[in-house]
Design a binder for this molecule. Structure first.
Ligand code: BJW
Ligand code: ZN
Length: 242
């Protein structure tokens, strides 16, 4: 099938589906200027993101990890949603049932107007206290003191999910339910290597859903997906709406 025919087919599936689920990753925010994790250019001060996004890294050097998050928060504060984020908002508005599962912590889906968003890796604007365990939102950039402290005196950590940590239970259960019951799952801008998020597309396929992948590169999911579209999500997603 030609690329144009593939897009036509995917558009028809989305138009007629009673329930749609979407899984997004860092690639969907790339065109907004947010660096991805595993593409070239994702480095900060020569550290690999995978080596900083761990509880061990935070335990070893909370200031270093906080400096990285503070830098990312400032960068994201200056980014805007792109046409890919807006296309997903439009698809939600037309769908009878819709769930957007995101691995992203940048908040750009909400800023684009998406309503039902499950944030399975947390949110970079949340802070959680290591002592009283309260989670609050802190939108200040840059943060005045690093590492930041809670009103109770405890040290705060970023409200995100690091390697080796469990995903927020409620969001994960809803995500599994959504992909098991959807007719179409759209997977955009993820390398599909981080689990358990990477298990959602195989789960959708096993439950009989069509899976449409959008990515600028081939991924481990590309061969299994019902349809795999190669290109930037900011250009391809708007083409999937009538
Ligand atoms: C574009 C584009 C454009 C670019 N248009 N496309 C061995 C096997 C299986 C699993 C494991 C294993 N060893 C360890 C594990 C578990 C581990 C894991 O999966 N590791 C793998 C790396 C092997 N997973 C975990 O630890 C998870 N927890 C867990 O399993 O808990 C179990 C448990 C249960 C009970 C008690 C205790 C534990 C947690 C995973 C948390 C991931 N966290 C991060 C950081 C979040 C916070 C932060 O932002 O700082 O989440 S890591 C990072 O990767 C981030 C992302 O959400 C996640 C996924 O990355 P994503 O979004 O796919 O980005 P990239 O950069 O990888 O890809 C971008 C893609 O976009 C590319 O494909 C590009 O081509 C494409 N692209 N421009 C379209 N314009
Ligand atoms: Zn506290």
């Amino acid at each position: 099938m030609t690329a144009t025919a593939q897009i036509e087919t995917a558009r028809a599936w989305l138009r007629t589906a009673r329930s749609i689920a979407v899984l997004t990753g860092a690639g969907i925010s790339a065109e907004s200027g947010v660096p991805t994790f595993r593409d070239p250019g994702g480095l900060w001060r020569n550290y690999r993101p995978e080596d900083l996004a761990t509880p061990e890294a935070f335990q070893r050097d909370p200031l270093l990890v906080w400096q990285w998050y503070d830098w990312r928060r400032s960068l994201i504060a200056n980014c805007r949603p792109n046409l890919g984020h807006y296309a997903l908002r439009d698809i939600e508005q037309r769908a009878a049932a819709f769930t957007l599962v995101t691995q992203n912590v940048d908040g750009l889906h909400e800023r684009a107007g998406s309503q039902r968003v499950l944030k399975i890796h947390g949110d970079i604007w949340w802070v959680t206290c290591l002592q009283c365990e309260k989670t609050t939102t802190d939108l200040r950039v840059p943060l005045p003191d690093l590492p930041p402290r809670c009103a109770c005196g405890g040290m705060l950590r970023p409200g995100v999910v690091w390697f080796g940590e469990p995903l927020p239970q409620w969001a994960w259960q809803q995500a599994e339910e959504a992909v098991k019951t959807c007719e179409v799952l759209l997977v955009a801008g993820t390398s599909a290597v981080v689990y358990p998020a990477a298990s959602l597309a195989p789960l959708a396929l096993a439950s009989g859903a069509r899976v449409i992948e959008i990515n600028s590169e081939e991924t481990p999911l590309s061969g299994a997906a019902t349809c795999s579209l190669r290109g930037p999500s900011g250009e391809l997603l708007p083409l999937l709406i009538d």
